[in-house]
Write a protein that binds this ligand. Sequence first.
Ligand code: PLP
Ligand code: LYS
Length: 443
Amino acid sequence: MYLHGTSKINDQGHLEIGGCDTSDLVKRFGTPLYVMDEALIRQRCREYVDAFRATGLKFQVAYASKAFCVMAMCRIVEEEGMSLDVVSDGELYTALKAGFPPERIHFHGNNKTPYEIGMAIEAQIGCFVVDNRVELHMVNAIAAEKRRKVNILFRITPGVEAHTHEYISTGQNDSKFGFDLDNGSAFRAVQEVAQLPNIELLGIHSHIGSQIFEVEGFQLAVDKVIGFAAKVRSELGVIFSVVNLGGGFGIRYVEGDTPLPVASYVQAITESVITNFSRYDYPMPEIWIEPGRSIVGDSGTTLYTVGTYKDIPGIRKYVAVDGGMTDNPRPALYESRYEAMLANRANEPGEEVVSIAGKCCESGDMLIWDVELPKVNTGDTLAVSCTGAYNYAMASNYNRIRRPAVVFVKDGEADVVVERESYENIIGNDVVPSRMKQVSKSV
Ligand SMILES: Cc1ncc(COP(=O)(O)O)c(C=O)c1O
Ligand SMILES: N[C@@H](CCCC[NH3+])C(=O)O
C-alpha cells in the first residue's frame, strides 16, 4: 500500500498516521474507523491556495463539501481561507452550524428546493450556481419575496467529456446538469436575467467530471467558456466577472493512477484563462475552482478488523472485514480500486493474494478483488488507503450497520470528529404505531 502524507511504518512494525499508532487507535476507538490525516488535508488546501496566490490573479478555491462534510472539516476549510460549496440544506446547515462565513458559501445542485433556496437566501450565502431555467425563476421569485438581490453563476454543460467513469463524468451534452451551450439554452438564460430584478449574474460555471488526470479537458472547457462569454458580450453587452471551472482533479488511489501535482492543474487552468481571455481582449475574470476529492481523498484510511475467511481452492480466498459497502460504496458503485495492508503487521512480506469482502448480505459487497497480504488471521487490522473522499459522505445504514467514527490525527493526537453511531441512532427515527401489539420485553 502506498503511504500517503504522514503515514509510515513505525518501530513496532505498525502503520502509523499523524504520529498515532493505528493499533492504539483500534484499541481506543474500535473498528471500522475512518482515520483522517489532518496535516495532509491542510497541505492539500495550501497547495491550491498557494498556487493561485502565485499567479497574482483574483481567485476562490471552494472545497466541494460533498466529498466529506462534517463540522470539523468546515472549520479547517475556514481556517485555510477557502470557500465552501454545498449541494443541499444538510450540507448548508452543517457549514452554518460550524460557523462557516455564509458569504463564502456557494450553493450547487440540479434540483434545489424552494425551502433550500429560501434557507440559503436567509443565511445570505455568497452565490447560487443556477443549474436550469426553472431554478432561475424560483431563485428570483424567492429573493423578491425576501427583498434581496442574490448573486448567481450559470452552470453550463461545456460539451466536454472527461476521461473518467461514465457515472462520474458530467460535462457532456447528455447530462442532467446545467444549461446547454450548443443548443442555445445558456444564451437564452443570460438574456432572461435582464428581466429578473432580484438576480445579479456574476459569471459562469463548468464542471467536466471527476478523478481527472489530464489538463486538456479543463483547457477545452475554458475554450468553450470564452467563446460563450465573447458572444454574450457582443450580443447582450453582459460581461462575466467570475469563471468557475469546477472540481474533478484526480488523486492516486492505486498504482498506475497518475494525478498531476495540484500546482500543475492550477497553472494549466490559469494560463488557459489568461491566454483565451486576452485573445478576446476580455477583462480578466476571477477564477474559482471546486476541488473535493483532491483535498480529502488521500488523507483518509479506513481501519477494519478481519473476521472470517473462506478459501475456495483454485478459485480465491475471501477475507471478510467488519465493514464494507456501507462505509465505502465506491467499489460496488463504480468498480473503484483501492490498496490495503495489514496495519498490525506492516513489515511482513506478502504471502497470499486474497479478496476483501464486506459483511453485508450482498454479493457485490466487495472492497478489493485481489490484494497481496501476509497470511491473514482473524483479528488482524486491515487498512484501506485513500478513503477520505466520498466514503463517510456516501456511507449508509444498509443491514442496519452503524456508521463508523471518524478521527482526525495530527502530531500524535487523535480527535473524534464524528462519533460512531449508536443503536439509538439506528432506531432513532423509527416509530411503532400504538395500534401495534406491545412487546412484553424490550432489549
Ligand atoms: C459541480 C461540482 N463541483 C465540484 C465537484 C467536486 O469534484 P471532485 O471531488 O472530483 O473534485 C463535483 C463532483 O464531481 C461537482 O459535481
Ligand atoms: N461520488 C463520486 C463522484 C461524484 C462527485 C460529485 N459530482 C465518487 O465517489 O467518485
